[in-house]
Design a protein around this ligand. Structure first.
Ligand code: KIV
Length: 298
């Protein structure tokens, strides 16, 4: 996979139209991005979930543009095939179209992102239009939108009443009409996501939205078992890296305490005659006690 050419937006659309399910995952640094790309994911999201997974905040709100740019650069430096989507953080597009465009350009121009993602519809639609006018592809995001979660009652599933399902359906269609090349559907009933997927020509990317979506996205740390505490019901863990890392670190500590690491295979040798010469020099240079004050050396 690493030698395959970069995926383009039309290719992503074509893959979905041809019935291939799109696989997307978040990544926030070079090593995870390299692995995701090598495994063959179609899209990598440098998500604002980095606020929690990488920076230790308890919501996505505090992460800044500068922090997101740094993480995005680390990802784009190594990704060869997957389409890289940068998540516009809270505050980067809400103030208005100019601010949204300026920040989207920073993601593409300074950090090498292929596209950006914004949450919500409503006023976000004018920001999306401004960004699209500059030729930057935009991924939409509706359903549960973490940046406005507190206003809407927390990190709970959305679209569980007919009225709310209709609102999300209309938002998804508005995002498509505005020009988004794909729409993330987060934490909504599978049946609602299926209707939206049916109604849209652009691919839907589900997270907690059932299997009818054209693709799926998961957060790196959730997928690999690197998160602790509450795990949303829509997460499937494909590994338990928390335990694997704890086991490795515990073994390392034990080795260090027991002087079992490093052994000869981890150390550098030097020619015996050079070592002898060095030790002879040390003997000459060894400090001698000051006869006037034996507690001191000179
Ligand atoms: O930031 C993120 O990880 C996301 C996904 C949950 C879609 O927006």
């Amino acid at each position: 996979m690493p030698d395959s050419p970069k995926l383009t937006i039309p290719q992503i659309t074509e893959l979905a139209r041809g019935g291939k399910r799109l696989a997307m995952v978040t990544a926030y640094d070079a090593s995870s991005a390299r692995l995701a790309d090598a495994a063959g994911v179609d899209m990598i999201l440098v998500g604002d979930s980095a606020a929690m997974t990488i920076l230790g905040h308890d919501s996505t709100l505090p992460v800044t543009m500068d922090e997101m740019l740094m993480l995005t650069r680390a990802v784009t430096r190594v990704v060869r095939r997957a389409l890289v989507v940068a998540d516009m953080p809270f505050g980067a597009y809400q103030p208005g179209e100019d601010e949204a465009l300026r920040n989207a350009i920073r993601f593409v121009k300074d950090a090498g992102a292929d596209a950006v993602k914004l949450e919500g519809a409503g006023r976000t639609l004018t920001r999306i239009s401004a960004i699209l006018d500059a030729g930057i592809p935009v991924m939409g995001h509706t359903g549960m939108t973490p940046q406005s979660a507190s206003l809407a009652g927390g990190y709970k599933a959305r679209g569980r009443t007919a009225a709310d399902a209709r609102r999300i359906f209309d938002e998804a269609r508005a995002l498509e009409r505005t020009g988004c090349f794909a729409v993330v559907l987060e934490a909504i009933p599978a049946a609602v996501a299926a209707h939206i997927t049916d109604a849209l020509k652009v691919p839907t990317i589900g997270i907690g939205a059932g299997s009818a979506c054209d693709g799926q996205v998961l957060v790196w740390h959730d997928l690999l078992g690197l998160t602790t505490g509450h795990v949303p019901r829509f997460v499937k863990r494909y590994a338990d890296l928390n335990q694997a890392i704890l086991d490795a670190l515990t073994a390392y500590i034990a080795d260090v305490r027991a002087s079992a690491f490093p052994d000869e295979s981890h150390t550098y040798a030097m020619p015996a005659e050079e070592l002898a010469r060095f030790e002879a020099q040390l003997a000459d240079a060894r400090p001698v006690r000051d006869p006037m004050d034996p507690s001191r050396t000179r």
